[in-house]
Every structure is written in structure tokens, then in C-alpha cells.
Design a binder for this molecule. Structure first.
Ligand SMILES: Nc1nc2c(c(=O)[nH]1)N[C@H]1C(S)=C(S)[C@@H](COP(=O)(O)O)O[C@H]1N2
Ligand SMILES: [Mo]
Length: 415
């Protein structure tokens, strides 16, 4: 982890007074000698630029490199890497910072040799090369991807005191691919078909059964990630991308689709990604990700640099469609204020919400609560545990609470 990695944004010096103008515009005024304008030192002109020749444009192998001063990074282990959502500005997850969950490592696949085999209850079996797929009509859409194990540590104590650990298994990407519908229509479906089993070509041959209705709806055979080819971590050269569904179903390194009339009961849908309910029954095939939001600034383990103005910012999303409302509370849920949602508001994609906040230096509890276009309201921890029980692991979408103490230390609390 990165203890103490947070710095107050340099463009937002603390200990300044603010006037709230018409239209919610926040205008800063000088208060004593602590503003940017008052300190000539802070405007120091760099050393003679002629003595610092710039880097040539062609010294990077044709693929850009980030600033040597940039520090934003994933954290993880051999089978997982977490997105640093606390450090990202807008809604798009840079590909190099996309989280990764790999049940048997990241395979190296030559796209020229890769094939997608489609068989089962179809009129014609087909084997498609990447070249075949790249000739088909394609679409580009922005969708979030969230592992249904994201925030699972919050079902019980102790909880991680770090947002990257609690919420880092999610991302929002501009995906490009061929609608799966087009390929299924091309092979011709047996009218009795109801499911499609998708299999990856990693060592685990990870497979999941997907309802045919989803495959004919917005499912993508994706090869593009934020304008370029997929990263190996994300399934290069080809993955299934099921918008709004739990991340596990978006099979990476996709090599086989078997059209069937029943689910296959694979390991990832029996032993994994299934939850035990309070009455002992199992919640299985829980595909759609629930409405969820989280305040990314401030969040644990940041430390606020004194009282004054801060912009609360966060992300909200729902696997059922568009986010319609995000409310923020700074007093543990007693009062709620509508946050500003930045458009465009896309279905099954992150939205960024923001709300100006004057911190008075006293202990506070920050929360965000979202509503989606189907009317789904993000539940409290208590409501969620009451309905799903404490034996659940996946699909944790309760309201996140960040406690701020008088020293400005932000921590993961439940009040
Ligand atoms: N073939 C294959 N597909 C896979 C996985 C895998 O291990 N192998 N991991 C799944 C899980 S658990 C999740 S949450 C998502 C994560 O996608 P990402 O690694 O691109 O973030 O991919 C899914 N698809
Ligand atoms: Mo996952």
C-alpha cells in the first residue's frame, strides 16, 4: 500500500475563504499570506530553459511514457491488481491502471494463431480468426467492469482502511468490439437454445454460463480498450464483455462459445460467485451488479490538511442502467444534499459526482448514496446484511462511510 501517499491537490490550498457565487460556482478569495498569489517563491521561474534541452519525441519506442514524477499505481499480488481509484480524475480508467483478476495467470497469445470456436445448438459450427472478427461491424461503448468480490471485505470486520483495497476491483473503459448478437445470428441458433457457455484459453480455462438473452442484447466480443488493443491483463486479443454483469462473466482470452439449453454449472458458478443466504439457500447466477457509489475524495487513508474548502468527489454506477441521483451526507446520514453529476450520464458506466464542502475541523462522517433509473437505491450496510446475511461474500454495494477525525485523518468506519 502507499501510506501517506495523498497530498492535498496543489491547486486547492487549504485555509482559504470561499464565496459561493451564482450557479454554484466557487470563487476563492485571498485570506492573509497563504494563497498562491501572495507567495513569489511559489511562482519561481524554472532554471534557464535553454540549459535544459527537452526530450526528443522519438526516444520512447513509439509508445509514450508517463512523467517520471507520476506515481499513481496499482497494488496487488500474483493473481490480482487493484485500480487506484482514489488517484483518478474523471471516469475513464487508464488501461495501465485497470484492475486485473486472473485465476491462472496471464497467458501470452499470438493473435494470428488465436481462434474463437462457436458450436453446440447452432446450425453451423464456426471457427473465427481475429482477422475474421475484425471484418465484422463493430461498436464502441463505455462500460464499467466490477468484480462482484469488490468490497467483499466490508461484509465483516476487520475492514481494510484503504479505498484501493475496498473498492479497487473496478474500472470504466471505452470498449470496442463486435456485438455477440451478430456472430450468433451468423451461425444460426437452434430455437431451443437458452444459454451460452464461454471459455477462456488461460490455464484455468475459466468458463461461465451466460443467458442467451444477454448474448443477444448488449454482449460484446471486445478487442479494443480505450482506443487500442486490449492489454494482456484484460484478455488480449479477445474477451467477452457483458455490460453491467459481474466481472467474472466477462471471460478473457475467449476461445470457445458453446450454445446450450442449460447452464454448465462450472466451478466459477458453483464453488465460486455463489452466496449462501440466511435461510441456507444459495444465491446463484447473480449476474447484474447493483447500484453503488463511493466517495473517492476524501477517502481512507488520506489526511486532510486543515479545515476549509474541499471538493468531495466520487463515482456512482449501476448494472441496471443510468444513475439518476447521488446524495452526499457529511453527518453520518442525518442530512443529505444532492451532488452534481457530471455528464454525459451513460448506462452501465461510471458517473463522477462532486460537491463543495467546507470542513469545520470537527469529526465528520461522509457518505454517498445513489439511485438508478430503475429506482434502485443504494442500501445501508444494515439493510444489505439483513437481506443477504453475513455469510455473503459477493455483490456488496452498501453505502461506504468515511470517518474524518479532528486531525483530518480519514478512515473506514461503520456508525
Ligand atoms: N479466462 C478468464 N477470464 C476471466 C478471469 C480469469 O481468470 N480468466 N477473471 C474474471 C474475473 S474474476 C473478473 S472480476 C474479470 C476481471 O477483468 P480484468 O482482469 O480485465 O479486470 O475477468 C474475468 N474473466
Ligand atoms: Mo471477479
Amino acid at each position: 500500500m502507499n501510506p501517506g501517499q495523498f497530498k492535498t491537490p496543489p491547486t486547492l490550498p487549504s485555509r482559504r475563504r470561499f464565496i459561493f457565487g451564482a450557479g454554484g460556482l466557487v470563487i476563492a478569495t485571498a485570506a492573509g499570506g497563504e494563497t498562491i498569489a501572495s507567495g513569489a517563491k511559489q511562482y519561481a521561474v524554472p532554471d534557464d530553459p535553454r540549459k535544459q534541452p527537452g526530450r526528443p519525441a522519438n526516444d520512447d519506442d513509439g509508445y509514450g511514457v508517463r512523467s517520471q514524477f507520476a506515481r499513481t499505481h496499482r497494488v496487488g499480488g500474483p493473481s490480482w491488481a487493484l485500480t487506484p481509484i482514489q488517484d483518478l480524475y474523471g471516469t475513464i480508467t487508464p488501461s495501465a491502471l485497470h484492475f486485473g483478476i486472473h485465476h491462472a495467470g496471464i497467458p501470452t497469445i499470438d493473435p494470428e494463431k488465436h481462434r474463437l470456436f462457436i458450436h453446440g445448438m447452432v446450425k453451423r459450427n464456426r471457427e473465427l480468426s481475429m482477422e475474421d472478427l475484425l471484418r465484422l461491424p463493430r461498436v464502441t461503448h463505455t462500460y464499467f467492469l466490477e468484480c462482484s468480490g469488490n468490497t467483499s471485505s466490508s461484509w465483516k470486520e476487520p475492514r481494510y482502511n484503504d479505498i484501493q483495497m475496498t473498492h479497487g476491483q473496478m474500472s470504466n473503459t471505452e470498449w470496442t468490439g463486435v456485438p455477440l448478437r451478430i456472430v450468433l445470428q451468423e451461425v444460426g441458433l437452434d430455437p431451443r437454445a437458452t444459454w451460452v457457455v464461454a471459455e477462456g484459453s488461460d490455464a484455468a480455462m475459466m468458463s461461465r454460463s451466460i443467458p442467451l438473452s444477454k448474448c443477444l442484447d448488449d454482449a460484446l466480443l471486445a478487442f479494443g480498450q480505450n482506443g487500442e488493443e486490449l492489454r494482456p491483463d484484460q484478455g488480449f486479443p479477445l474477451r467477452l464483455l457483458l455490460p453491467g454483469y459481474e466481472g467474472n462473466t466477462s471471460i478473457k482470452w475467449l476461445r470457445r462459445l458453446e450454445v446450450t439449453d442449460r447452464p454448465h454449472m462450472t466451478r466459477m458458478e458453483t464453488r465460486g460467485y455463489t452466496d449462501t443466504l440466511p435461510d441456507g439457500r444459495s444465491r446463484q447466477f447473480s449476474f447484474v451488479m447493483e447500484a453503488k457509489s463511493v466517495i473517492t475524495f476524501p477517502s481512507a487513508p488520506m489526511i486532510l490538511d486543515g479545515r476549509g474548502f474541499y471538493e468531495i468527489a466520487g463515482l456512482a454506477w449501476s448494472g441496471s442502467g443510468r444513475i439518476t441521483k447521488v446524495e452526499v451526507s457529511a453527518d453520518a446520514g442525518k442530512h443529505w444534499t444532492n451532488a452534481r453529476i457530471e455528464g454525459p450520464v451513460l448506462p452501465k458506466a461510471f458517473v463522477r459526482f462532486r460537491l463543495p464542502w467546507q470542513w469545520d475541523g470537527r469529526a465528520a462522517v461522509l457518505q454517498s448514496r445513489c439511485v438508478d433509473e430503475t429506482g434502485q437505491v443504494q442500501p445501508t450496510q444494515k439493510e444489505l446484511v439483513e437481506s443477504r446475511g453475513a455469510k455473503s461474500f459477493h455483490h456488496y454495494n452498501a453505502i461506504q462511510q468515511w470517518g474524518v477525525n479532528a486531525k483530518g485523518e480519514v478512515s473506514n468506519v461503520q456508525v
